[in-house]
Design a protein. Structure first.
Length: 528
């Protein structure tokens, strides 16, 4: 999901909130240049264009959606940490389904999000009222079956003068990110400027960073959020009283991602280069978070580190879900690094070992590449086995993308192998060995993955090793910010300034400094 941080973004440069020559009907949808958006065939475009009374805030939007016979399911997340309600910063993300004219809106087709604030009575309310400056009031996106892409929208306004905007579609995001991990000069990364959604929705579709259980910081029926004792303004009672679990949103997000991958002709034809198509295999395009399954407050004696912290799930053979450590070892690591969660007196996030992992969207993209025959299982496993113990932010593995031919030909794999042969790069030699050795099957890689995890299971019975691994965890959190996926000036996946996700420590990790060896020892990378 995108963020509210850029609520004053480029508004004055692109918008004049008056009746213009482009306005039409009761509800106009403008482009970022202020012109009238052309006919749009998704649920949001059809709904707004046919509206007699243009919804000028989220309350009218929701009311009219329901009046049209559509269903809304609402989820909620604490933006600044589960135990940090001080600023009253929460987000609602809503799922719309049903039938609108001839359009069947399925789960994963229609999403919108909006945000809370604290009113003059210290009540929690939706951030829709009058302000001195225009800001983001609603962000929304929906599936366009004609284009086989998602269309992205925003409602921008100051509470009195509000305007709907069509910002672009999935293809525009692909275009903005065409040089992602393929930069001519990596020290000066370049991104397109079509829409700010490109910064978070890197794969072109829906995203939910906490897509995996336990959905850290999200409202659950059996574990509601801490609202700091504030009452709810009556305007949002309907939303709060009818919240659904975050797994409903996660399921819809996955449905949307799969629809984009399976139906999207843009990915499967020449509109994208071969490097762009294979990018999710070699590099991160998006990220997700995982953690221990039990809240820290329950003080379970055992903490379960998700296996995705150690290796790509494919390499585990799905036989091991977690590696266990003791809570005492983990808490000693927190103490030794002076861990503290910002704006609170707590030492950690709501769940222990909160870590970035390979994004679901990237994994689905890899599966799709195999499904359409662009690569096979062996090719995928061979690539993922390079720098195996660094499953997300591996510079070594991501750096191999440049050897992939930019254009598809029937012998592109042969050309790729020739490029690897001509390189003196250690990772290139490693991948060359994998690709050219027929005995290195997916099962071979799974067995190696299992051996590695067995080493980790044994090593982490020692508290000193837990402390060392915790330092690697801190590094991997920092590597999110260091990654190219966080370099788009119009939006960043961590939503800095708006979201507070990780605890902070006195340690200043250096991206890439520490690594895990094949025997699950934490060492400086130079010592590999």
């Amino acid at each position: 999901m995108t963020h509210k941080m850029i609520r004053i973004v480029s508004f004055a440069l692109t918008i004049i909130l008056t009746v213009s020559e482009y306005a039409f009907a009761a509800c106009s949808i403008n482009t970022s240049s202020g012109k009238l958006a052309k006919s749009i065939g998704d649920g949001i475009g059809v709904f707004l264009s046919s509206s007699k009374d243009c919804p000028k805030d989220v309350f009218e939007f929701r009311k009219q959606i329901k009046a049209a016979g559509l269903t809304i399911k609402t989820t909620m997340v604490a933006n600044r940490g589960y135990h940090n309600p001080s600023e009253g910063s929460f987000s609602f993300f809503e799922i719309v389904t049903g039938k609108l004219d001839s359009i069947i809106i399925q789960p994963g087709d229609f999403f919108f999000g909006h945000f809370t604030t604290v009113d003059e009575n210290d009540e929690l309310t939706a951030d829709q009222g009058p302000t001195t400056k225009p800001r983001l009031m609603i962000e929304a996106f929906a599936w366009d079956a004609n284009k086989e892409l998602f269309n992205f929208y925003e409602l921008i306004g100051d509470g009195n003068n509000n305007q709907w905007f069509y910002r672009g579609d999935s293809a525009d995001i692909y275009a903005d990110n065409t040089l992602l991990h393929r930069q001519p000069d990596p020290s000066q990364p370049q991104f397109g400027n079509r829409l700010r959604c490109s910064g978070c929705h890197g794969a072109g579709g829906p995203i939910m960073k906490e897509i995996y259980a336990p959905h850290n910081d999200w409202w659950e029926p059996n574990r509601k959020l801490d609202f700091g004792g504030r009452k709810f303004n009556k305007s949002i009672l309907d939303m709060v009283e009818n919240l659904v679990p975050p797994d409903r949103l996660a399921e819809s997000v996955i449905s949307g991602i799969k629809k984009l991958e399976n139906d999207n002709v843009v990915r499967d034809v020449s509109a994208l280069s071969l490097q762009e198509k294979l990018r999710p295999l070699f590099c991160p395009v998006e990220i997700n978070f995982m953690s221990d399954l039990t809240p820290n407050g329950e003080k379970n004696h055992v903490i379960k580190i998700p296996v995705e912290f150690f290796i790509n799930k494919k390499l585990s053979g799905n036989q091991i879900e977690n590696i266990l450590i003791t809570r005492s070892a983990y808490e000693n690591a927190l103490i030794s690094t002076k861990s503290h969660f910002p704006e609170t007196s707590l030492g950690d996030a709501d769940h222990a070992w909160l870590t970035p992992v390979k994004a679901t969207s990237d994994q689905i993209a890899i599966d799709h590449l195999i499904k359409i025959g662009l690569i096979d299982d062996k090719f995928a496993f061979d690539v993922l086995s390079v720098d195996m113990a660094n499953p997300v932010f591996s510079d070594a593995r991501c750096g191999l993308l440049k050897y992939v031919p930019n254009s598809w030909t029937s012998d592109w794999k042969g050309k790729f192998i020739q490029q690897l042969k001509s390189s003196n790069n250690n990772a290139a030699r490693e991948l060359l060995n994998q690709l050219t050795d027929a005995t290195h099957t997916p099962e071979y890689h799974r067995q190696n993955g299992m051996k590695f995890l067995m080493h980790c299971n044994a090593k982490l019975k020692n508290e000193d090793n837990v402390k060392k691994l915790f330092l690697l965890l801190l590094q991997r959190r920092i590597e999110i910010k260091a990654s190219e996926i966080s370099k788009n000036r119009r939006g960043q996946i961590l939503e800095p300034g708006f979201r507070v996700i990780f605890p902070e420590t006195d340690i200043k990790p250096v991206p890439g400094k520490l690594m895990l060896t094949d025997t699950c020892e934490v060492k400086e990378a130079a010592a590999r």
